[in-house]
Design a protein around this ligand. Structure first.
Ligand SMILES: [Zn+2]
Length: 195
């Protein structure tokens, strides 16, 4: 029911960026991805999409996938099913103004869900995308060096890797993402958005 990674038969890595778009780091992220011909999935917060329509448009124009991360970065353990679903649906409506897709991709903020909400999301045709590799770019206690070490060690064929294009993660992202892209490009990997 939840997707944690993809098939390991090809050298493909699925990059994901959560919590944007933001004016601080999203455009920089697009630039560096472009340099490596890398495509990614951006799990956007609905209210940020509303605040930064131009940046959202830039993500789409650059060929990336935009996906759903709730309107207010809602915590599924703290909100009732109706409020939560409304937050997801409102975000989806906004996203579809920028990009039409046959599939609806959703990632729960904080990775938190409940059985009831998973059921509701499935009923509404959402594919729930989790991850198998965390960059820990938003963790203050994790240095950029440590973050990169973990990324290089854990990422493998078909991995879904989490970064953040948020203010909080920006300092680490700027150090780590170029190194990560360089390393795996040289190993012949391709970076793709989730279909
Ligand atoms: Zn998030």
């Amino acid at each position: 029911m939840l997707r944690w990674s993809f098939s390991s038969s090809e050298k493909i890595i699925y990059l994901t960026f959560d919590d944007g778009p933001t004016s601080e780091i999203t455009e920089w992220t697009l630039q560096i991805l472009g340099k490596y011909h890398a495509k990614a999935t951006f799990f956007c917060i609905g209210k940020n999409v509303e605040k930064y329509p131009n940046i959202t448009e830039q993500i789409v124009t650059a060929g990336h996938r935009i996906a759903n991360h709730c309107f207010n970065h809602d915590n599924a353990w703290k909100s009732d099913a109706e409020t939560y679903l409304n937050s997801v649906e409102k975000t989806q409506y906004l996203l579809e103004c920028f990009q039409k897709n046959n599939t609806k991709l959703f990632r729960p903020p904080y990775g938190k869900l409940t059985y009831k909400k998973v059921k509701k999301l499935r009923q509404n045709n959402y594919q729930i995308i989790m991850w198998d590799v965390l960059s820990n770019d938003v963790q203050k206690k994790v240095s950029p060096k440590k973050s990169l070490q973990t990324l290089l060690k854990k990422t493998k064929n078909g991995s879904i890797v989490v970064f953040h294009d948020s203010i909080k993660g920006s300092a680490t992202l700027k150090e780590v993402l170029p190194e990560f892209l360089k390393y795996f490009s040289e190993l012949g990997y391709e970076f793709r958005g989730i279909e």
